[in-house]
Design a protein around this ligand. Structure first.
Ligand code: KIV
Ligand code: ZN
Length: 450
């Protein structure tokens, strides 16, 4: 790997006025799920309308109030799905659907067509603003790229403000969202300028805010630089009070969650992402992790992931992908200790906790969340293999069979279990432990019951 000098570092961005490092997150942002569009566009096998419907109902149940339901002008399935949601009256009154479109007249018109009859909606339009796309893909100057966005904004504004059209659509309100796509590969000053020009056309006000979404379409910056740029953008946008500053991070460098969190510290109001992080390439920011990160800081995330198994089921069924065993909060192994010292600490932590009043705050070593809060039990917290110590085996026998050992019994039984698990070369389950205990320690059982 000696071709590293063919890559160039992301441009330096200096913002010594930054305030975000001394801020803390104290409340949930506005959440927007893009599972039904962004996730869908990245799937080997796209979702069917029925799968989208099941996913939509899951998202509503979890508590999402804004759901990007598709890119209706991109395909018939996407269009028909939006139509079914509206025609079958599937959208609760407190939920706003969002639809995506490129900044092209035919696509914008088709998008409005898809929205006919929706009570509330957000029309999300975008165009790429990055240096490389301006040069190589669009072959347009900065002013031409701005014009493209401004023309799209003008068309959208004319339609949404035209009372005949609104009556025909039967809509009460269409909010507008604009994304300078590839924001992180765009000069911040140019991104600011194009968003300002869009805002001039949309003319947002306190009751009709424009959503400006700053996507890390490809994650290029480290999260601290993304936060600097977000804070700088918010401080320099002329109509800041009349916009909702939204973030949409991807995970190319593996730091989409961190970028979203630092972006919130930097003043963003809203976060787009997906359940368990599906999305193009390495995926979008995972909203389960973001929400549970708030939860484990004592903040109400306003999303309910108390049944994590259902989140995994929907994710795996509709996306036809697997959740990794190491996935934060959701992975099969993330609440499990195999190592002896960890097991011992967890065991002692539970013993100490059991002596406290029920409502005491959670403090158990190695467990950042109480597995029961997300619908898991304590079965998997301690599992036994050859790396486990005496504490683990005794923890399981006590939990599953009420067998309480003395320290000496723990020591002796720990050795027996270790030897056994080395000889079988795999994990040892609770019943095997019970059998080993019965076989090998008859006299010890008698002693302990005395
Ligand atoms: O990643 C991205 O830039 C997007 C935009 C359309 C917001 O998905
Ligand atoms: Zn995206």
């Amino acid at each position: 790997m000696n071709s590293y000098n063919k890559y160039k570092p992301f441009p330096h961005f200096s913002y010594p006025e930054r305030q975000w490092p001394s801020k803390t997150i104290t409340s949930a942002p506005i959440w927007c799920s893009v599972d039904l569009r962004d996730g869908n566009q990245s799937l080997v096998e796209p979702m069917s309308i029925d799968e989208k419907m099941e996913f939509f109902e899951y998202l509503v149940g979890v508590g999402f109030k804004t759901i990007e339901v598709g890119y209706p002008a991109s395909s018939e399935v996407e269009f028909q799905f939006v139509r079914r949601l509206i025609e079958e009256d599937r959208i609760p009154d407190d939920v706003t659907i969002q639809v995506l479109t490129q900044s092209r007249e035919d696509l914008i018109l088709r998008t409005f067509e898809a929205l006919k009859g929706a009570k509330k909606s957000i029309l999300h339009f975008y165009n790429s603003t990055s240096i490389v796309q301006r040069r190589d893909v669009f072959q347009k100057s900065e002013e031409e790229i701005i014009q493209l966005a401004v023309d799209a904004a003008r068309l959208i504004q004319d339609i949404r403000m035209n009372s005949d059209f609104i009556n025909e659509l039967g809509q009460s309100k269409i909010q507008v969202q604009y994304s300078p796509e590839s924001f992180t590969a765009t000069e911040p000053k140019f991104a600011l300028e194009i968003c300002e020009r869009v805002a001039e056309v949309i003319d947002p006000g306190p009751s009709d805010k424009l959503i400006i979404n700053l996507p890390a379409t490809v994650e290029i910056y480290t999260p601290n630089v993304y936060a600097d740029v977000v804070e700088w953008f918010g401080n320099n946008f002329s109509k800041r009070k009349n916009i909702i500053l939204s973030l949409h991070t991807h995970n190319d460098r593996g730091t989409g969650i961190a970028a979203s969190e630092l972006g919130l510290l930097a003043g963003a109001d809203r976060i787009e992402g997906t359940i368990l992080g599906n999305g193009e390439r390495t995926g979008n920011a995972d909203l389960v992790t973001l929400a549970l990160n708030l939860y484990t800081q004592g903040i109400d995330p306003e999303l309910d992931f108390s049944d994590i198994t259902e989140a995994i089921r929907i994710f795996e069924k509709c996306n036809k992908l697997k959740v990794s065993e190491r996935h934060p909060y959701a992975g099969e192994l993330v609440h499990t200790a195999f190592s002896g010292s960890h097991q011992d600490a967890i065991h002692k932590g539970f013993v100490a906790r059991n002596k406290l009043p029920k409502e005491s705050q959670w403090e158990v070593p190695y467990l950042p969340i109480d597995p029961r809060d997300i619908g898991r039990d304590y079965t998997a917290v301690v599992r036994i293999n050859s790396q486990s110590g005496k504490g683990g085996a005794s923890f399981i026998l006590e939990k599953d069979f009420g067998i309480v050992m003395t320290s000496e019994e723990k020591r002796q039984f720990g050795l027996i279990v270790k030897q056994y698990s080395e000889s079988v070369g795999r994990e040892v389950n609770s019943w095997e432990l019970k059998r080993l205990w019965n076989q090998k320690s008859e006299p010890l059982v008698e002693q302990s019951s005395n």
